[in-house]
Write a protein that binds this ligand. Sequence first.
Ligand code: PYC
Length: 427
Amino acid sequence: MKGRAGNGHGPPVQRYSALSLVRHGLTKGDWPKVWRTHELERSYDVVVIGAGVHGLATAYYLAANHGARRVAVVDKGYVGGGGSGRNTAIVRSNYLTPEGVRFYDRSVRLYQSLAADLNFNIMFAQRGHLTLAHNDGSIRTMRWRAEVNKLEGIDSEVIGPDEIKKLVPFMDTSAHTRYPILGALYHPPGGIVRHDAVNWGYARAADALGVQIHQNTEVLGISVKSGRVTGVTTSQGEISAPTVINCTAGWASLIADMAGVSLPIITHPLQAAVTEPVKMFLEAVVVSGSLHVYVSQTDRGELVFGASTDPYASYSMRGSLEFTEELASHVLELIPSIAKMRVLRQWSGLCDITPDFSPVMGVTPVDGFLVDVGWGTYGFKAGPAAGEAMAELAATGKTPALIAAFDLARFPEGRLVGERGAAAVGH
Ligand code: PYC
């Protein structure tokens, strides 16, 4: 962490270390709160809407990299309660477009040092990532992605069934299945992370630098005067601010509407499920777009599964029996030996999908109102890089080159960044 400044509302967050663990063991004292609560002030320099990984990372980098201190993060729920706590925590950079590959690679690199930067164990495990191909069209897309990845210096290659079997011995790679595996895009730097820890780590580090986190503070309106944002109305009162950043997922277009900004987003639920824990047997993350399934095993031993987005636009976050039934049938085509495992929980999150399956980051027609939205099914892995870039934009007024291609103006201007072919999730 670059700095450590309390904000006069309590003691600064304590550093976690072996020494502090021993000290707490001996004194049996309470650990300080991971982040503090504050009275909502009437004005801030920056108001970030959304206390998920994007909002918290933006606030953290504003404070850590640009010295901003009067920053508030507001959320209608709780830290990490939206998409940031509902995703399947996959991190990778094996995208299809050079812009996408460069952007997600920055995130992978930030994840690599994040535990040390935030002084919080985020359990990032680069276990390797396999995207399976079951037909010639998929093989062609995997080759394309591998070539773009290599040109951008990213470790990705197409491998055959024998190599896949070595990486995932329990997988049925025989030629006799309904959808035989012809090959896979293998991406060794891909892996999984503990998503709650990432949210809490950013919240704690941002708090230590003076950022105020306001949970249960719903944004009800955004004030705009003469084309400039002037503040937000929340369920806890009015706030004036010259910069407001929309870092929400699920409700991004509704929040933008409050500022009079229209976003090309359709929101679909995406369901996921987790099994009981078993001994570690699945090292890599395995994705099959054709079978509409992806699976990884957490360090606790649970299998985490996801499938396609629900086929209708909705803000519902309920799970469905159809999802679990289809998921089970697809997963068992790949790994028949887990047929007896029990599903413990299933849930749903909301994905804001844009026409080109790439996000929208940057300025809007309303001065001072910035957006970091439209992440579809890619949002969690992007949090660190998006937060870093959005903080730079908010602090300097200049759009960083890394996110320039993802501007809102690309839609009317026809400069799309097509990333549908890199989706793990069927759409
Ligand atoms: O893009 O890796 C991904 C992903 C997996 C699940 C949802 N998105």
